[in-house]
Design a protein around this ligand. Structure first.
Ligand SMILES: *Cc1c(COP(=O)(O)O)cnc(C)c1O
Length: 357
């Protein structure tokens, strides 16, 4: 069967694992009655009001409303999860038959796709990004067979920091006969438009975003998946009934009531990223800085191990990412507060002085 043929004949329902297609989801008390009531005696809850004695809304409708407005989508196109990690895991479990189907990913990229796939005994097919860390469209589509279910595209990509080329992304979404999951964890820092703009155009597109990065709320564990109503309703069927707790929902509602705070912080971080992009090349420690569309910079350096140790002793921790450039070495530096970046730069200068001494 040609890839074009596959694309034509595979509906979302076709792509699902048969056991998921036939799943009768768990129905909680809050599923059966979600109206206003004076007296709730249906869920075996403790009736004494603590602010937390009731189960949370399983579909987080109060939260999805302002979120949908902010993102310019409909609440029915939003699925919320206990971090994007949960959405990644659910997607794999929903579409991929263990030992039979596979996901595709384009390394170097985020490690969680492989972990989630491995947990489900699902094979990972890898098609390396090109020398500019862009997808090789023909090579990806050539790797497709009837067992290809999900293609993960990470843009901006972790750990390289670059956005993926929009034309190539579109070509992949159009050509891939399965679900294309675009992971936009760092999209708030990017110059390119979000793939959210294409949601109505492609029924096989799913966009992942998170409250963990630009929103500054990694601790509340809230991930977002944006997709067609159909995909969202399947995700709602397979998730745990109360996967997003009440504390998380109320903290996110509060953040969404004043998005300016996030936007101001992003502006400061982008300014700081530019400062690091200016300052780091003035040191002789780095062979190359990769252009970043995120809140971190990947720097090619032959000193990664010694530099990591030196900085750590001064209380500054960066991430060794030498795997990306195995012949030389690399480190990934998150953009911090202005004074933290001052300390980073001071540490780097001290290391350089020691090298030259
Ligand atoms: C940080 C990050 C996430 C966020 O995961 P959460 O579970 O939402 O905290 C997702 N994808 C990538 C590529 C990331 O770097």
């Amino acid at each position: 069967m040609s890839i074009r043929e596959m694309k034509r004949t595979r509906s979302i329902e076709h792509l699902l694992r048969p056991n998921i297609r036939e799943l009768k989801p768990y129905r909680s008390a809050r599923h059966e009655f979600d109206g206003e009531a004076r007296i709730l005696l249906d869920a075996n809850e403790n009736p004494f009001d603590s602010g937390f004695n009731r189960y949370p809304d399983p579909f987080q409708m109060r939260l999805k409303e302002p979120l949908a407005k902010y993102k310019g989508v409909s609440p029915e196109n939003i699925f919320l999860a206990n971090g994007s990690d949960e959405a990644i895991d659910l997607l794999i479990r929903m579409f991929c038959r263990p030992g039979t189907d596979h996901i595709l990913q384009l390394p170097p990229t985020f490690g969680m796709y492989r972990v989630a796939a491995s947990l489900s005994a699902v094979e990972v097919r890898e098609i390396a990004l090109d020398e500019h860390f862009q997808p090789r469209v023909d090579a990806v589509l050539a790797a497709v067979d009837p067992y290809s279910k999900i293609l993960f595209l990470c843009s901006p990509n972790n750990p390289t920091g670059n956005s993926l080329d929009r034309d190539r992304m579109r070509a992949l979404i159009e050509g891939f006969p399965g679900i294309v999951a675009v992971d936009e964890a760092y999209q708030d820092f990017a110059r390119q438009e979000s793939a959210l703009a294409w949601l109505e155009e492609y029924s096989n597109l799913l966009v992942l975003q998170t409250f963990s990065k630009a929103w500054g709320m990694a601790a509340i564990r809230l991930g977002m998946a944006f997709a067609s109503k159909e995909i969202v309703s399947w995700l709602n069927k397979v998730k745990m009934p109360y996967n997003v707790n009440e504390l998380t929902q109320s903290a996110a509602l509060d953040a969404l009531s004043r998005p300016e705070r996030m936007e101001e912080q992003v502006a400061i971080l982008l300014h700081e990223r530019q400062r690091l992009e200016r300052e780091l090349p003035t040191l002789s420690l780095f062979d190359e800085l990769l252009p970043s569309d995120a809140n971190f910079i990947l720097a090619k350096t032959r000193h990664s191990i010694a530099l990591y140790r030196f900085l750590t002793e001064r209380g500054v921790v960066v991430r060794d990412r030498s795997g990306v450039f195995p012949d030389i070495g690399a480190m990934r530096i998150s953009v911090g507060l202005p004074e933290e970046n001052d300390e980073l730069l001071a540490g780097l200068r001290a290391f350089q002085a020691k090298l030259n001494a």
